[in-house]
Design a protein around this ligand. Structure first.
Ligand SMILES: Cc1cc2nc3c(=O)[nH]c(=O)nc-3n(C[C@H](O)[C@H](O)[C@H](O)COP(=O)(O)OP(=O)(O)OC[C@H]3O[C@@H](n4cnc5c(N)ncnc54)[C@H](O)[C@@H]3O)c2cc1C
Ligand code: SF4
Length: 485
């Protein structure tokens, strides 16, 4: 274990600083400064290697956290990244973007600040890339089986890497012009610079995974052709239909889904020219939706030079401390301040938008809203709280309702679950479609990167077994537990 007295000697949790707000708003780079490695080793030494490491369970990937905390503490970085890669294909994504449910279930966190697990994770992988330790892992034999992966978000990438390493010929089809799914076009540069995706893709290409961009499966390749040309298919096409707000005035100019706005900003950072870009420059922005997507719209709007930004949330403000309804070791409901929230804007809670008001040219100029309270699970208007707020850009960030149907899913003949996601059995197989597997948000509904990777790995194990009769690929989500989720 790491230092047996580490948690007694070092009671403080230390993380890298964020760059000063006025400085970071002038660029799109990640907000954190470098972290001294000796400080990280001190932090790793706080891990108690407790008898029952709840963090294993908290992490959907089952990351072997106490093992790599110990290895970092002992300066054995190369062994550390091997243990981390044993369970996680892409620690550079989770180490930057995961909300770290592992830390919420850290045993030290019962009466002290939790171990900085996520920081150890990201430093392990960044150090490994810096030292040239992330090299292709070639399959020991080829199976001659062909697998199509539809979608190149974290679920598709994890499935593709696992299946390529198991010896299959894997082609990833992506309808966008670049690989990465929401990692590429949803998550802003200031949360994760896109160079991290590119260096991982170089490894995957060297291993033999083939990437085809600009291919809308179901249109450019028909569903029948896909089934005929490949021995197995992994659907990792995400949950891409944004929840709408069908209130009066929704049709006005200047009201957009977050995922119309964010990808354009990311494209500009990647060097593209975007005609008629939706930009917050000089605008009064209202973001409807208080979650992470809303926070990404906030940070993007501030960097584009918005005049003002309000972020509306219909739910009440969460408690500052862990709510009683989410005791340790569950992921706590509590008030969080993301880097974007630190940078500006105003968060407004318990508010419901009633209508949008337009000018004579059909452009949104204000919205009408009121406060709400929740009674018996329903929101009720608080009388006398009506207000109007001027705005000329409204961004809808209220989550996603499921995968698009139509040419791909309907024509493949998938079934849907009660929430409109692709229905799969407890082994990630699409119901009624032998040889078709489902991973990530397409089957699970809107979720997290760590779950997408875990599902991609598990679906790969199931597909490998289908193709060869057996599989040595690890499946972080056991078949028996899928149905219980
Ligand atoms: C703005 C935003 C910020 C987020 N921030 C975080 C965060 O900080 N941390 C976190 O853990 N999670 C975050 N999430 C959630 C996370 O990004 C998703 O849960 C995750 O990306 C899902 O992975 P996926 O592979 O299932 O799907 P996606 O990443 O959505 O990828 C699906 C891909 O399939 C492609 N596709 C769809 N249909 C077809 C077709 N017919 N043919 C070819 N390709 C197709 C799409 O173009 C897309 O590239 C965020 C989500 C959003 C929207
Ligand atoms: S992937 Fe997320 S939950 Fe798992 S160890 Fe990393 S930060 Fe924690």
């Amino acid at each position: 274990m790491a230092d047996p007295r580490g948690f007694l000697k070092h009671t403080e949790r230390e993380l890298p600083d964020r760059r000063p707000v006025d400085l970071r708003l002038m660029d799109w780079k990640e907000v954190y400064t470098d972290f001294d490695r000796s400080h990280l080793q001190t932090q790793a030494s706080r891990c108690m290697d407790c008898g029952i490491p709840f963090c294993h369970n908290g992490c959907p990937l089952g990351n072997l956290i106490p093992e790599w905390n110990d290895l970092v503490y002992k300066d054995r970085w190369r062994d550390g990244i091997e243990r981390l890669h044993a369970t996680n294909n892409f620690p550079e994504f989770t180490g930057r973007l995961c909300p770290a449910p592992c830390e919420a279930s850290c045993v030290l966190g019962i009466n002290q600040p939790a171990v900085t697990i996520k920081q150890v994770e990201v430093e392990l992988i960044d150090n490994a890339f810096d030292n040239g330790w992330v090299t292709p892992v070639m399959p020991s034999k080829k199976t001659g089986k062909k697998v199509a992966v539809v979608g190149s978000g974290p679920a598709g990438l994890a499935a593709a890497q696992q299946l390529t390493r198991a010896g299959h010929d894997v082609t990833v089809f992506e309808r966008a012009d670049r690989i990465g799914g929401l990692l590429r076009y949803g998550i802003p540069e200031f949360k994760m610079e896109k160079r991290h995706i590119d260096r991982r893709l170089a490894q995957m290409e060297a291993e033999g995974t083939v990437f085809k961009t600009g291919v809308n499966v179901g249109v450019d390749i028909t569903a029948e052709q896909l089934r005929a040309d490949f021995d197995a298919v992994v659907l990792a096409n995400g949950s891409t239909i944004g929840r709408d707000l069908p209130i009066p005035g929704r049709e006005l100019d200047g009201i957009h889904q977050a995922m119309e706005f964010l990808p354009q900003a990311n494209r500009v950072q990647l060097g593209d020219t975007v005609e008629n870009q939706i930009t917050a420059k000089g605008k009064k922005v209202v973001i409807i939706g208080g979650g992470d997507t809303g926070a990404d719209c906030l940070g993007t709007s501030l960097r584009q030079g918005a005049e003002s930004v309000h972020q509306f949330e219909i739910m009440p403000k969460p408690p500052i401390e862990r709510a009683e309804s989410t005791p340790w070791p569950t992921y706590p409901l509590m008030f969080r301040v993301s880097s974007a929230h630190e940078e500006g804007g105003e968060r407004v809670y318990s508010v419901n938008t009633e209508k949008f008001i337009g000018d004579e040219n059909g452009k949104v100029k204000a919205l009408k809203a009121h406060e709400v309270v929740m009674r018996d699970g329903r929101f009720e208007k608080v009388e006398g709280t009506d207000f109007e707020l001027e705005c000329d850009l409204v961004l809808l960030a209220m989550g996603f309702v499921g995968p698009e149907r139509g040419d791909l899913l309907d024509k493949l003949g998938v079934a849907y679950d009660a929430r409109g996601n692709v229905k799969r059995d407890d082994n990630f197989a699409a119901v009624g479609l032998p040889g078709v597997f489902v991973a990530g948000d397409a089957g699970r509904g809107q979720s997290l990167i760590v779950w997408a990777i875990a599902e991609g790995r598990s679906a790969a194990a199931a597909a490998d077994e289908y193709l060869t009769g057996t599989s040595f690929l690890p499946a972080p989500i056991e078949p028996t537990t899928v149905a219980q989720r």
